[in-house]
Design a protein around this ligand. Structure first.
Ligand SMILES: [Zn+2]
Length: 157
């Protein structure tokens, strides 16, 4: 198979931008010195242009790579948002559970030992207050962390 025949088979693909860069160079070099191939390539070009108008993926390696990169960026973005939402749900649920457990324990202690205002139980009362504060602090810190994280993402975008 001569160089001319080999190149001729690649012309349609060349017009559609579907060649590797090595093949592209080969075609470009041959077309410069071969009028027959040059004319055929010109004949293919308008057709390839029409093909590109269709919304189906074209066999262009550049286009495929750009699409893959976009899809990957979108997936990473999605994963990040999922993480933020899961973290927020977890910390809110955690703070809420602490508050409920706290309230139940408080009920149990007050029924068993009487008034919590009794000075003998002031220490117990303080530890419960600290426990509640810790729960709300965890929720608050989580909310602040998420806000900072989201602001950082926005400034990077
Ligand atoms: Zn030729």
């Amino acid at each position: 198979m001569s160089e001319h025949d080999k190149i001729r088979e690649l012309l349609a693909l060349a017009a559609a931008d579907a060649l590797t860069s090595a093949e592209e160079t080969q075609v470009a070099e041959h077309v410069r010195s071969c009028i027959s191939c040059s004319n055929e390539l010109d004949a293919w070009r308008p057709l390839a242009k029409e093909l590109h108008r269709f919304p189906t993926p074209q066999p262009s390696s550049w286009l495929v790579q750009a699409t893959l990169a976009r899809a990957e960026a979108k997936l990473t973005d999605q994963a990040e948002h999922d993480w933020n939402r899961r973290a927020l749900i977890f910390f809110v649920a955690f703070a809420w559970l602490l508050a409920v457990a706290d309230w139940l324990a408080l009920q149990f202690v007050s029924r068993r030992f009487g008034s919590l205002l009794d000075p003998h139980f002031s220490q117990t009362w303080i530890s419960f207050a600290a426990f509640t504060a810790l729960g709300w602090l965890a929720g608050g810190v989580a909310a602040v962390m998420l806000a900072i994280r989201q602001r950082g993402e926005r400034s990077l975008a």
